[in-house]
Design a binder for this molecule. Structure first.
Ligand code: XIL
Length: 355
C-alpha cells in the first residue's frame, strides 16, 4: 500500500479495513520504545491513557495515531460508544466506529474503557422526543445495555455504566432514566450490565467529585450503598476536568480516593484536563504549574494501590473538547497543538518513574 494511502480512509468499513490492515507504526516510534509514558506505566502495572478518541483523526492523522499508540496503554472513545451513535433508531444498532477504535487498541496492545451506557446526554432524538411510557423506557434501556455490553464483551476492560448521575449537592440527578426507572435505577442498570458481561469491571463515573465536599460525599454514600445491596460495582471513575484556578488540592483528592478504595473499589482518573486560560500570569509559569498539578494528582493516585489508571481527555491541545465547551482557547493537555510534549508530559513521566 502506498504510504499516502495508509492512513487515509473514508467511510467506516474502509477505515476499519485500513486500521486492521496497517501493520503498525514505524519502528522508530514503536509503542514499546523505552521512555514512553506507557513503558514507564507498564513497568509498575499501571494504565496511562487518552480518552475522547475519535475515529476521524485515528483514520486520517498519522501523528494522532502514532502518539496514541506510542505513549498510552489504554484509551476511551469520545462518542463511538454513546447511545446516540450506537442506537440511531429504536430497532437499529451500529457498532462500526466503536469496533474500529477497539481494533486499533487491540492492534497496539492497549485496553479500552467503554464509555458510556447510561447518561442524560448524547441521547438520540427518537428517544428524547418519543413520549414513551416509563415501562417502555425501562425496556429500551435494558435492551440497549444488554446489546451493547454483549457486543463488546471480552473486548473492553471496563464500562462507565452510569455517567454523571449526581447533582452538585450529592443528590441523584433528575434524568430521563431516574424518572422512568425510579430512584434505584443505578442498581438496576449495573445488574443488567453484569448480566451481559460477567467479567468486565463496572464503573460509576462522575465529574466534580474528586476532592472533598457535598458531591463526593454523595458519591461515597451512593457507591457504599450499592456495595451493601450487592450491586456489582467494581470501580469509581473520577473525571478530573479542572482548572488551575479551581482544581481540588491533590491532598484532598488523595483522601477521597483512599475512602473509596477502603470500600474495596478500584479508582481511575478517567478524563483529566487542566485548564490554564482563566488563571493570570505568564504562559511559561502556567505550564509549569499545570505540570505540577498533573504530577501531584498522579502521585496521589499511585499512592493508592487500588487507583489503577489515569487518562487525559484527549491527546493534544489541538483536539481538546475544552475550547468548544468553554468557548475560548486553552491548553489543558500533555501535548501542544503540534503534538510536541509539554512540561505536563515530563511531569507524568517523573511521577511514573517514582520521582
Ligand atoms: C464529550 C467529548 O469530549 C466530545 O468529543 C463530545 O462531542 C461530547 O462529549 N464528560 C464526559 C464525556 O463524560 O463523555 C464528555 O465528552 C465530556 C464531559
Amino acid at each position: 500500500m502506498p504510504t499516502r494511502c495508509r492512513y487515509f480512509c473514508y467511510g467506516v468499513i474502509p477505515c476499519l479495513v485500513v486500521l486492521i490492515a496497517t501493520p503498525g507504526i514505524p519502528a522508530s516510534i514503536s509503542p514499546f520504545t523505552t521512555g514512553s509514558l506507557r513503558a514507564l506505566a507498564a513497568a509498575r502495572g499501571f494504565w496511562i491513557g487518552a480518552g475522547d478518541i475519535h475515529i476521524w483523526p485515528l483514520s486520517a492523522d498519522v501523528q494522532y495515531r502514532d502518539v496514541l499508540a506510542r505513549e498510552f496503554n489504554i484509551l476511551t472513545p469520545g462518542v463511538a460508544m454513546k447511545f446516540e451513535v450506537v442506537q440511531p433508531d429504536v430497532d437499529r444498532f451500529t457498532f462500526d466506529t466503536g469496533d474500529a477504535i477497539v481494533a486499533f487498541a487491540r492492534a497496539h496492545d492497549m485496553r479500552v474503557r467503554g464509555h458510556t451506557l447510561v447518561w442524560h446526554a448524547a441521547l438520540p432524538q427518537w428517544l428524547t422526543a418519543g413520549q414513551f411510557s416509563h415501562d417502555r423506557l425501562a425496556a429500551i434501556l435494558k435492551d440497549h445495555i444488554l446489546t451493547e455490553v454483549g457486543h463488546f464483551r471480552g473486548r473492553v476492560s471496563a464500562w462507565d455504566v452510569v455517567n454523571e448521575g449526581l447533582n452538585g449537592d450529592g443528590t441523584l440527578r433528575d434524568t430521563i432514566w431516574f424518572r422512568a426507572l425510579g430512584a434505584d435505577y443505578i442498581d438496576q442498570v449495573f445488574r443488567w450490565a453484569r448480566r451481559a458481561d460477567p467479567d468486565v469491571s463496572l464503573f460509576y463515573n462522575e465529574f466534580g467529585a474528586e476532592g472533598m465536599g457535598p458531591k463526593s460525599d454523595g458519591l461515597y454514600r451512593l457507591v457504599r450503598g450499592m456495595l451493601e445491596r450487592g450491586v456489582p460495582i467494581g470501580g469509581v471513575g473520577l473525571q478530573m476536568h479542572v482548572s488551575l484556578n479551581d482544581g481540588p488540592r491533590p491532598a484532598e483528592v488523595a483522601a477521597n480516593m483512599r475512602r473509596l478504595a477502603a470500600l474495596g473499589l478500584e479508582i481511575q482518573i478517567t478524563e483529566m484536563d487542566v485548564r490554564i486560560q482563566d488563571t493570570p500570569g505568564p504562559l511559561a509559569e502556567k505550564l509549569t504549574a499545570q505540570a505540577r498539578y498533573y504530577h501531584d494528582i498522579l502521585r496521589a493516585c499511585l499512592a493508592v494501590p487500588r487507583c489503577t489508571a489515569l487518562l487525559t481527555w484527549g491527546i493534544s491541545d489541538r483536539d481538546s473538547w475544552i475550547p468548544g465547551y468553554v468557548g475560548h482557547d486553552d491548553a489543558p493537555l500533555l501535548f501542544d497543538a503540534a503534538f510536541a510534549s509539554k512540561p505536563a508530559y515530563d511531569a507524568l513521566a517523573r511521577a511514573l518513574a517514582g520521582r
